[in-house]
Design a protein around this ligand. Structure first.
Ligand SMILES: *Cc1c(COP(=O)(O)O)cnc(C)c1O
Length: 398
């Protein structure tokens, strides 16, 4: 079968909830993917940061296969010998008291919302059904019915109401707006330390620090969604570290499994995650031994192979070089670590199509931003290879 055959099958029998680039990938290794025609591409999306460790990382693969031959799923009705080891590693690595494992990122966000609400009622003393959670304009936290209830993207909501109440929206980066929306029923402020899907938006310096301070003053939980920004993508383990803050809850996913398996978690204090009692919340697959083993290896690899330092170093190099590309269509080049947005004065899709032809895979975000987010193992030589082609493509639109 050729590229077109796969596309036709997919178009005929699959729901059309995505508009992928027409490249059919059949295998991948490190920063590179190969299509069914045998053509090679540099992956500059890394599955929205789920493969920060690079595709099919040999150590994660080995752990995955070994665990798959032993036991994959016990359900939480019984205990398994892998989950406690993941809990311990997450604690040692992040300093958080405890974790609650889930599968997809959206489920972990839902978990944080439930924790915040329950904390609001049981600990803070908010009257029943009055809890409010504040989120930001242009947020992206997933696609469940509750999460899209506080999305400000019309397409994510169109046709999906009625929505879950209890959410307020503030302008991202605007501390006064946050102050004005907090009241005695506010349970939490949920924020991405850098907004990914919105187009790699870095908030003004000091924003997270001030937001944390306001939350503390008002007894409001400060929650960071680090599903995309975390685990090395920004050049630190967590993007919130740039501001020296300490969120009450941290939501992680994506690279937590190095792309092998959906694994997510909420990290937090005993005071907050302790609100869950047996039976309050759960998931059949959440915390299963295969997920726990894969997550532990994914985290170990990230640390032991210095991928976070590489993200910081290579990100700075890549960003600097991209900034040097002169084009009247480039509005701004911004980012942190290996998470870079090139904002254009028009649609980014044609650029992504042309980059694909040149052997570079990336995806437009928010219509007019090209996002460059390769695996964190990328080398200077690979970045130079990419830069040559990126410059050529950008110039071709002059
Ligand atoms: C991807 C993402 C999610 C949702 O994760 P899924 O695994 O797709 O459910 C939530 N928040 C952020 C910031 C993300 O980037």
């Amino acid at each position: 079968m050729r590229t077109q055959d796969y596309i036709e099958l997919e178009n005929q029998y699959g729901a059309h909830n995505y508009h992928p680039l027409d490249v059919v990938i059949t295998r991948a290794e490190g920063c590179w993917v190969y299509d069914v025609e045998g053509k090679r591409y540099l992956d500059c999306l890394a599955a929205y940061s789920a493969v920060n460790q690079g595709h099919c990382h040999p150590r994660i693969l080995k752990a995955f296969v070994e665990q798959a031959t032993k036991v994959t799923l016990t359900s939480r009705a019984f205990r398994n010998d892998q989950l406690p080891l993941l809990y311990k590693l997450l604690h040692d690595l992040t300093g958080y008291d405890m974790a609650l494992p889930m599968n997809s990122g959206a489920e972990a966000v839902e978990t944080a919302i439930k924790a915040a609400r329950k904390w609001g009622y049981k600990v803070k003393g908010i009257p029943e059904n009055k809890a409010e959670i504040i989120a930001c304009e242009n947020n992206f936290h997933g696609r469940t019915t509750t999460i899209i209830s506080f999305s400000t993207e019309p397409q994510y909501r169109d046709g999906f109401g009625p929505f879950t109440p209890g959410f307020q929206i503030v302008k991202y980066g605007d501390i006064e707006d946050l102050k004005s929306k907090i009241n005695e029923n506010t349970a939490a402020f949920l924020v991405e330390p850098i907004q990914g899907e919105a187009g790699i938006i870095v908030p003004p310096e000091g924003y997270l620090r001030q937001a944390e301070e306001i939350c503390r003053k008002n007894n409001v939980l400060f929650i960071c969604d680090e599903i995309q920004s975390g685990l090395g993508r920004s050049g630190k383990l967590f993007a919130y570290e740039y501001e020296g803050v300490h969120p009450d809850l941290v939501i992680i996913g994506k690279a937590l499994s190095g792309g092998f398996y959906p694994v997510s978690a909420v990290l937090g204090s005993k005071e907050v995650l302790g609100v869950f009692k047996p039976g309050d919340h759960g998931s059949t697959f959440g915390g299963n031994p295969l997920a726990a083993r894969v997550a532990r290896e994914s985290l170990s690899v990230l640390i032991e192979e210095n991928m976070i330092e590489n993200s910081a170093r290579m990100g700075e190099y890549f960003l600097g070089k991209l900034k040097q590309i002169k084009s009247k269509h480039i509005v701004e080049v911004r980012g942190k670590g290996l998470w870079i947005g090139v904002e254009l004065d028009g649609p980014a899709r044609p650029y992504c199509e042309r980059l694909k032809d040149e052997g570079i895979l990336c995806k437009e975000t928010h219509d007019h931003v090209i996002r460059f987010a390769p695996p964190l193992i990328i080398t200077k030589e690979e970045i130079d290879w990419a830069l040559e082609r990126i410059e050529k493509v950008i110039k071709s639109f002059e």
